[in-house]
Write a protein that binds this ligand. Structure first.
Ligand SMILES: [Zn+2]
Length: 124
């Protein structure tokens, strides 16, 4: 796959002028060549994804959704142009990550008698 022409400034400008919800019409009618490049790019992307996700993946020059930070599985949720993809693949991994956080906190509590390491500085 060839790297897309640098359309990032145009895309950013459209989003900052019209908001990320109105990019489809603006790009399709005002920038037909860019529109075509995004459509061509989308051939390499997963099927059944929204226009905004296509635009997002084109913008960041990625062709696959990122992996979950807990298990590495491909994430399924895409939120918005500004928020991008979810960092987890499932509720299970969200829960698992929370458990890890809790366990980390319990370890700190048991070791140092404080809730977080930031507090230690205050107790010294
Ligand atoms: Zn996961």
């Amino acid at each position: 796959m060839t790297k897309p022409i640098n359309d990032q400034p145009i895309i950013l400008e459209i989003i900052s002028n019209y908001g990320s919800r109105h990019t489809y019409k603006k790009i399709k009618y005002k920038h037909p060549e860019l529109y075509q490049r995004i459509l061509d790019y989308a051939n390499a992307l997963p099927r059944n994804i929204t226009w905004t996700e296509k635009l997002f993946m084109y913008y960041y020059n990625i062709t696959t959704r990122p992996g979950c930070i807990v298990c590495g599985e491909t994430v399924k949720a895409f939120y918005s142009f500004n928020r991008g993809h979810s960092i987890y693949c499932s509720r299970k991994c969200v829960a698992r990550d929370n458990l890890t956080k809790q366990r980390r906190q319990q370890t700190i509590k048991a070791r140092y008698g404080v809730d977080s390491l930031v507090e230690i500085r205050w107790h010294r």
